[in-house]
Design a protein around this ligand. Structure first.
Ligand SMILES: Nc1nc2c(c(=O)[nH]1)N[C@H]1C(S)=C(S)[C@@H](COP(=O)(O)OP(=O)(O)OC[C@H]3O[C@@H](n4cnc5c(=O)[nH]c(N)nc54)[C@H](O)[C@@H]3O)O[C@H]1N2
Ligand SMILES: Nc1nc2c(c(=O)[nH]1)N[C@H]1C(S)=C(S)[C@@H](COP(=O)(O)OP(=O)(O)OC[C@H]3O[C@@H](n4cnc5c(=O)[nH]c(N)nc54)[C@H](O)[C@@H]3O)O[C@H]1N2
Ligand code: SF4
Ligand SMILES: [Mo]
Length: 739
């Protein structure tokens, strides 16, 4: 076989940029941006290009591994691994039932349709009650806000970037993250375009981030956004700036909301938010006066003590200013493959239909807060978690109080990881099952692809065969079900598909994730309806157009009444949960004399959460873990730039390097997340480990956000201590000895 060029797309993060893979004899040689991709148009970031080094990483896990009593791993055959896992899982199920079994679903799993759907079916089939995901460290609060507002958790409004005149962005840094719950591969150009058209981009962030520095920055104190947004709404209502027609047409409950906002004049909240009242008043006036405007928020809004409320209020701003579901405002998410819609109908995205054993948190999408996972493992009694699958996750670095989880994982009767690295989490697993990379599987866009200002779809085939013995995750779950003598599809949400299953079976065909997606695509809004719509889509047609198909330049607006699932198609502005949450504001002081500063996280351009620190290209240039500290706080703690600091919270302490900067104001410290490596496998990452910021965060039930069980990862109260340089210590001890 000769060298080939294969068209594909990146699935590391949400823009899903187009890539061209150069492949030689089924080995990946390189990746480059796809000039012909309608959305990314020849753009990709360093991570996408460096994925070649992940694909070809000599540290990759390429055979099933079994952990030995001494903690080392030995290669075993797939048959040996799966036979043993099936038998042990069956034993746990027989003795304790599904209440003792669970899965943690990591972030990369959300980028492949097959793994997420099939693992979900498997867990449902065996009645696994302990489902967790990266979502409780990321976006579940946003989902709950949508559930309350629209009755549809997966309805995620997003900014119409190409047409807006005013982007009000809170807790997002898209010049580095490339956008989240938003698919805009050329977001740098989109933001520049707003200003070029005479519009404004305002960034509310405690740190003067790359995005804030490029546009207008409003520096806010960490974890105070709820007060800031309530004050903006206060001004809008008090000064009668609201769009009454839009409010009446689109929503119910405005009177209660207006009354609640009355208690938050900006003069009262300025001390907490750090935003002067006149700045905030001007912001409210300018936002409502702009011809079109949109409020958008991401993780910085979701990871504080009131993440659901903050996400909720962002959408409320869009409603009351007349900018929801309209061009240049916020558009309702719109999927070409209506997977979310199917899930909403079958209860896959339910809220609060059950509660966690530890902490009594409402299930979000049938998952509980990952923060309680450690206690679920170690707390005896009915429902104790004993068998856990971790699918594409590294919760020991990503979940609060990682030390507790790191310890608890050792107690599991069965711990299986599906991954291609030995990381900080699965080093405790009984088995690590080598998974395919994104380039070794076919794919179709999922979830956040529906948050795109244009309607676009692309499919990809695998560009290389699985290396070594790597297998797709969905096949592993099918294999396990076969070994356990169960049909994954027979029950629960799949019942509706039974006639299709039987039809396939009669023809000797197996129902696969791909067939399911084809079915959804063909019966969806752009589908060919099995020939009834001649120009409609099916997977075969997508395959013939590898750069994807642009279906409409602009995502439809004016769809609200159709997509809102409750309340006669109207947005609910005063759900009980939100009224109660506003009542809870203001009680807990976030800092104290013992812990006077607030810590927030940082995402870095050349990291992807915890899993790309083994790429030599991304780690070039003396990259290291450093905390960003204001000169004022550094001086108070006796810290020097380049020196070492000990950051101490009520829950733990980490030691890292000091970087003195005015990016953060006094009282705020910013620490990169995703570091603290000591996985068995990734050697380069281990050699430059950094520290795990989640040793500072809390998994105590009373410290989690109430409505979605979100981990509180921003606004963590800490104090700083100088770590004396080794030289000083030596000098000190020798002086002690000489006296
Ligand atoms: N303090 C703090 N903590 C945070 C955050 C924060 O801002 N601050 N952010 C949070 C956020 S937003 C997220 S999403 C979470 C992420 O948390 P996790 O999802 O738990 O962790 P990741 O670091 O993304 O690790 C993903 C793992 O999946 C593996 N992997 C990659 N691709 C594939 C694949 O195709 N198949 C399989 N089977 N495995 C694969 C990688 O090797 C890696 O081991 O972290 C959260 N934690
Ligand atoms: N290069 C790179 N890209 C990534 C990732 C990565 O690790 N590296 N991770 C991916 C993942 S999993 C996700 S979920 C997305 C996230 O996408 P984004 O949310 O856009 O990413 P962040 O850079 O974490 O932006 C959050 C911002 O919130 C700010 N912030 C912190 N606390 C507060 C607060 O209390 N109030 C306000 N208003 N702001 C606050 C932070 O300073 C930060 O600038 O990025 C994705 N893209
Ligand atoms: S921005 Fe995200 S999707 Fe695009 S190339 Fe980089 S990692 Fe891949
Ligand atoms: Mo995330």
């Amino acid at each position: 076989m000769s060298v080939e060029q294969k068209v594909t797309y990146c699935r590391i993060c949400e823009p899903m940029c187009g890539l061209i893979a150069t492949v030689d004899n089924d080995r990946l040689v390189s990746l480059r941006p796809d000039q012909d991709h309608p959305l990314s148009q020849g753009r990709a970031c360093p991570k996408g290009i460096a994925f070649t080094e992940v694909q070809n990483d000599p540290d990759r896990v390429l055979t099933p591994l079994r952990r030995q009593p001494d903690g080392s791993f030995t290669p075993v055959s797939w048959d040996a691994a799966l036979d043993d896992i099936a038998a042990r899982l069956q034993r746990v199920l027989t003795e304790f039932g599904g209440d003792a079994v669970g899965q943690y679903f990591g972030n990369p799993a959300a980028f492949g349709y097959a793994a997420s759907i099939w693992s979900g079916f498997f867990m449902k089939r065996i009645g696994a009650n302990h489902l967790y995901s990266a979502g409780s460290q990321d976006i579940n609060s946003r989902y709950v806000a949508s559930r309350l507002l629209y009755g549809a958790a997966t309805q995620l409004p997003f900014p119409d970037l190409p047409r807006t005149d005013f982007l009000f962005m809170l807790g997002a840094n898209p010049l580095i993250s490339h956008g989240s719950a938003l698919r805009a591969p050329r977001i740098r150009d989109d933001l520049a375009g707003i200003v070029k058209r005479g519009g404004r981009v305002v960034v509310v962030d405690p740190r003067r981030t790359e995005t804030a520095a490029a546009y207008e920055h409003v520096a806010v104190r960490p974890d105070s956004d709820a007060w800031l947004l309530l004050s903006m709404l206060h001004v809008i209502f008090a000064e009668h700036l609201e769009d009454r027609r839009a409010i009446a047409a689109q929503s119910t409950g405005v009177d209660t909301l207006r009354a609640l906002c009355a208690d938050f004049p900006p003069e009262d909240t300025a001390a907490r938010t750090g935003v002067p009242a006149d700045v905030l008043r001007d912001l409210a006036r300018d936002f409502t006066a702009a011809p079109t405007a949109v409020a958008y928020a991401r993780t910085g809004a979701c990871l504080g003590h009131h993440g659901t409320l903050v996400s909720f209020l962002i959408d409320v701003l869009n409603v009351v200013s007349g900018n929801l579901d309209s061009p240049g405002g916020s558009l309702m998410s719109h999927a070409v493959i209506p997977l979310e819609d199917a899930g909403e109908k079958t209860g896959a995205f339910d809220y609060d239909t059950k509660r966690s054993r530890i902490g009594n948190f409402p299930a979000v999408h049938n998952t509980f807060p990952a923060a309680v996972m450690a206690d679920e493992i170690t707390t005896p009694g009915p429902g104790q978690l004993r068998a856990l699958f971790v699918l594409a996750g590294n919760p020991v670095l990503s979940v609060p109080n990682s030390a507790a989880l790191d310890q608890a994982l050792r107690d599991l009767d069965l711990f299986v990881s599906l991954d291609f690295y030995v990381n900080e989490t699965n080093r405790h697993a009984h088995y690590i099952l080598p998974s395919t990379t994104m380039l070794e599987r076919d794919d179709l866009p999922m979830a956040f692809a529906a948050c795109c200002p244009s309607v676009y779809i692309q499919s990809t085939e695998a560009v290389v065969k699985p290396y070594g013995q790597a297998r797709q995750e969905w096949e592993v779950f099918t294999d396990l079900a076969d070994r356990m003598g169960i049909s994954m599809l027979a029950t629960g949400s799949m019942e509706r598909l039974n006639p299709v299953l039987h039809w396939l079976e009669r023809r000797g065909l197996r129902f696969t994730p791909r067939r399911m997606m084809d079915l959804l695509l063909r019966t969806g809004p752009y589908g060919d309806r099995f020939g009834l719509r001649r120009r409609g889509l099916n997977l075969k047609k997508l395959k013939q157009r590898p750069h994807g198909i642009m279906l409409a330049e602009h995502t439809p607006h004016g769809v609200l009444a159709k997509v809102v699932r409750h309340n006669g198609g109207k947005v609910l502005l005063d759900p009980d949960q939100i009224v109660a949450e506003i009542g809870r504001l203001g009680h807990a002081p976030t800092t104290s004399t013992e812990f006077p500063l607030l810590a927030i996280g940082i995402r870095e351009l050349k990291s992807q959460n915890s899993w790309m620190h083994n790429s030599p290209t991304l780690m070039k240039g003396n990259r290291r873990h450093r905390a960003r500290i204001n000169a004022h706080d550094a001086r108070a703690a006796g810290l020097a730039d380049g020196g070492r600091v000990r950051v101490i919270s009520a829950d733990g302490a980490v030691e890292t390097e000091v970087m003195i900067t005015d990016e953060v104001g006094p009282g705020t410290i910013a620490i990169p997340q995703g570091w603290g490596h000591r996985g068995g496998g990734w050697q380069l990452a281990n050699a430059n480990p950094g520290v795990n910021v989640n040793e500072l965060t809390s998994n105590r039930v009373e410290d989690l956000e109430v409505l979605a069980g979100m981990s509180v990862l921003n606004g963590v109260a800490v104090r700083l201590e100088a770590v004396r340089p080794a030289l000083d210590l030596a000098a000190a001890s020798s002086s002690v000895e000489s006296t």
